[in-house]
Design a protein around this ligand. Sequence first.
Ligand code: HEC
Length: 139
Amino acid sequence: MNRARSARDPRRPRPGGRARSLLRGRSARALALLAGCGLAVLVGCGQGSEADPDAALIQRGKVVYETSCSACHARAPGEDGPVGPAITGSSMELLRAKVLRNEYPAGYTPKRDTQAMVPLVHVEADLPAVHAYLESVAK
Ligand code: HEC
């Protein structure tokens, strides 16, 4: 009798209620932790790309140059290659004309008068990267 009454005593914290509030406390901490991690990741990413936004572009251009151009042009783009001439310092306009259409910009004097290079249209999207790479090694 007595025990049953005390079990219903409103002053005694109910086991269920206590567990729920504990859970609330824990999940709030977990959420705060998650938010903190997310923020750290965001800040980390921001710093990574802000540190040198050109580095990734240059690196991409180097890969494209080595896979698509260095069979004919020298591995070091500032030197004459076995077939193609040195191409550091090429403007974006020259790159577009030569790589995409096998043409030269109006008034441009080609370094070689051969017609051995073929258009390489598949690198169109990567031309800015190739340009950035050529600029980076020209310095
Ligand atoms: C099949 C060999 C070959 C490949 C591959 C090649 N080139 Fe060439 N490239 C040449 C040759 C040879 C010339 C000289 C002109 C000619 O014969 O077409 C040349 C000329 C150029 C020129 C003009 C240079 C000047 O100022 O007169 C540019 C710019 C150029 N290449 C960029 C590239 C880029 C960028 C790539 C890679 C995306 C590439 N080439 C891939 C052979 C090649």
